[in-house]
Design a protein around this ligand. Structure first.
Ligand code: GDP
Ligand code: GDP
Length: 435
C-alpha cells in the first residue's frame, strides 16, 4: 500500500493533521473489534483511495538534546522508505533553522515532497505564509489542520499519485503469506534459521513486491507457504538498526503483504507497546494473527506457567484477544513448526465462508436467546444475516433499526460468531443494515 510519511519539527501540527486524516476512517474503524488508535500510524481514505500514514513526530523524544539529529535521521529514512513525504511547517512561527535543514535534505529526495504550511487560519497568516515559497518546493499547500481548510486540496494532490488498484503482481499468488514481526532481538532470525535448517525446505527465494521484505517460499511437512522477513534486510543496512521508526515502517509494509502476521515476543520481556501497536494495526488491516512467545526455554516453569502467561497476555491484547498463543524456542527448536501450523490454521479461519442458511440457523437462535435491548420504546428485530464477499470475514445483519444496536450487543454477536464458527486469530467485521 502507498505510504505517506509526515515529517516536520515538533509543534507544527503534525499530529493534529494526522488525526484529521484518519478521521474519515473512524466510522469504519470503530465498527471493528479490537481497535485502538495510536498516534503514530494509521490508514487514511480519500476519494476512494486508501493509504498508510506515518506520523514521524510520534517517534521523536522531544526531551532528547539530540532531537534535531533524530529528526534529520527520520527524514532520511522517510525518503528511503515512504512513497511520498509531507513536510509540515508552521506559518505562525515562520521559517526556522531546523526547517531550513530539513528542506535541504528533502530537496534531494527522489520521492515526491509536499510542503504543507500549517496554521494558516486567517487572511493575515495567509499573507505571512507566502515566505514559504522561498523554500522552492513545487507542491506547496497552505492549510489549517485545526479547521481543515486547505487539507482537501492537499489530499487530492497526494492521492493523485496513487495508481488505481495499487497492487503489484504477486509471484506467490495463492500461497499463504506469513509475516514475521517483532522487536529487535526477540529471535526472528533464529526462528527463520531454525526453519531453514531443515533440509530442502526452501523452494524459491524471491525479493518481495518491494525490495524491503524478503519472501521465501517453503515446503515443510507437506505444507507450502511463504515467509515474509524484514529482519534479514535490516542487518545489511548501515542505518541505525534500533531506530523504532525504521522497523515500524518496515513492519507496515510486511503487514500489507501478508495474510497472517506472526508476532514474535521475547518470553522474558513480554509484550511491548510497539507490539501492541503492530497487533492493532494488523487487526485493522484485516490480517490473521498468531503470537509466538519465543525463548520459552529461559522461563522457569511450574504447572500453570503457560496458562497464566497466556491469560495475562490476553488481558493486554483486549478487546480483540481471540488469538492463538504458541510458546516456542527458536534455538532449542521447540514447537517452531507448531507456530507455522497455527499460522496456516488462522489463515483458514480468515478465508472461511459460511453459508447463509447455516449462518441464519445458528445466529437467529443466538439472537432468540438474547434479544437486542429495546431503544426508545421500540423493539429491535434482526431478521437475517449474511457473510459479505470480502477478504476479511464480514457479516451484515439486517434489522429494522440499524443505528440503534449498541456496542455491547454487537460484541455479543461477535462472540457468538467466534464460538459457533471458530474465527480464532481473525478480526471479524459486523455491519448493521436496514431491512
Ligand atoms: P506536532 O508536534 O507537530 O505533532 O504538533 P501538534 O499537532 O501537537 O500541534 C502543536 C500545537 O499546534 C497544538 O497546540 C495544536 O493545537 C496547534 N495547531 C495544530 N494545527 C493548528 C492550526 O491549523 N492552527 C492553529 N492555530 N494551531 C494549530
Ligand atoms: P531478531 O533480532 O529478532 O532477529 O533476534 P535474533 O534471532 O538475532 O536473536 C537475538 C538473540 O536471542 C540471539 O542471541 C539468539 O541466540 C537469542 N535467541 C533467539 N531465540 C532464542 C530462544 O528460543 N531461546 C534462547 N535462549 N535464546 C534465543
Amino acid at each position: 500500500m502507498f505510504t505517506l510519511a509526515i515529517v516536520g519539527r515538533p509543534n507544527v501540527g503534525k499530529s493534529t493533521l494526522f488525526n484529521r486524516l484518519l478521521e474519515s476512517r473512524k466510522a469504519i474503524v470503530d465498527d471493528q473489534s479490537g481497535v485502538t488508535r495510536d498516534r503514530q500510524y494509521g490508514i487514511a481514505d480519500w476519494s476512494g483511495k486508501t493509504f498508510n500514514v506515518v506520523d514521524t513526530g510520534g517517534f521523536v523524544d522531544n526531551s532528547d538534546d539530540l532531537f534535531e539529529r533524530e529528526i534529520a535521521k527520520q527524514v532520511m529514512i522517510a525518503i528511503e522508505e515512504a512513497n511520498a513525504l509531507l513536510f509540515m511547517t508552521d506559518a505562525a512561527t515562520g521559517i526556522t533553522d531546523l526547517d531550513e535543514e530539513m528542506v535541504q535534505l528533502l530537496r534531494r529526495s527522489p520521492k515526491p515532497v509536499f510542503l504543507a504550511v500549517n496554521k494558516v487560519d486567517n487572511h493575515q497568516r495567509q499573507l505571512e505564509a507566502t515566505e514559504f515559497y522561498s523554500m522552492g518546493l513545487e507542491n506547496t499547500f497552505f492549510i489549517s489542520s485545526m479547521s481543515g481548510s486547505g487539507t482537501g486540496e492537499l489530499l487530492d494532490a497526494i492521492v493523485a499519485l496513487i495508481p488505481d488498484g495499487d497492487e503489484t503482481v504477486d509471484p506467490h499468488e495463492g500461497l499463504t503469506k506469513i509475516a514475521i514481526l517483532g522487536q529487535p532481538n526477540v529471535g526472528k532470525s533464529s526462528l527463520l534459521n531454525a526453519l531453514t535448517g531443515q533440509e530442502r525446505t526452501i523452494v524459491s527465494d524471491i525479493a518481495g513486491t518491494t525490495r524491503d521484505t524478503i519472501h521465501t517460499r517453503y515446503n515443510l511437512f507437506q505444507k507450502d507457504f511463504v515467509l515474509i522477513d524484514t529482519a534479514g534486510i535490516r542487518r545489511k543496512k548501515k542505518v541505525d538498526e534500533d531506530l523504532e521508526f525504521y522497523s515500524v515502517i518496515r513492519a507496515i509494509k510486511a503487514i500489507d503483504e501478508a495474510d497472517v502476521c506472526m508476532i514474535v515476543l521475547d518470553a522474558e520481556k513480554g509484550i511491548a507497546a510497539q507490539d501492541l501497536n503492530i497487533y492493532s494495526l494488523a487487526a485493522r488491516k484485516g490480517k490473521a494473527i498468531v503470537i509466538l512467545v519465543n525463548k520459552w526455554d529461559l522461563v522457569e516453569k511450574q504447572t500453570n506457567t503457560a496458562r497464566d502467561y497466556e491469560k495475562e497476555l490476553k488481558q493486554r491484547l483486549a478487546p480483540f484477544n481471540d488469538v492463538p498463543i504458541v510458546f516456542v524456542s527458536a534455538t532449542e527448536k521447540i514447537r517452531i513448526f507448531k507456530g507455522i501450523e497455527v499460522a496456516l490454521e488462522v489463515n483458514e479461519n480468515r478465508t472461511k465462508k459460511i453459508s447463509t442458511s447455516e449462518l441464519n440457523k445458528v445466529m437467529l437462535k443466538a439472537i432468540e436467546s438474547y434479544h437486542p435491548p429495546m431503544v426508545r420504546g421500540h423493539l429491535i428485530k434482526i431478521k437475517y444475516m449474511t457473510q459479505l464477499p470480502t477478504r476479511v470475514p464480514s457479516f451484515a445483519f439486517f434489522t429494522n433499526f440499524p443505528d440503534d444496536i449498541k456496542t455491547p450487543y454487537r460484541n455479543y454477536l461477535e462472540n457468538q460468531l467466534r464460538q459457533q464458527f471458530n474465527f480464532t486469530g481473525v478480526p471479524v467485521r459486523i455491519f448493521f443494515r436496514k431491512s
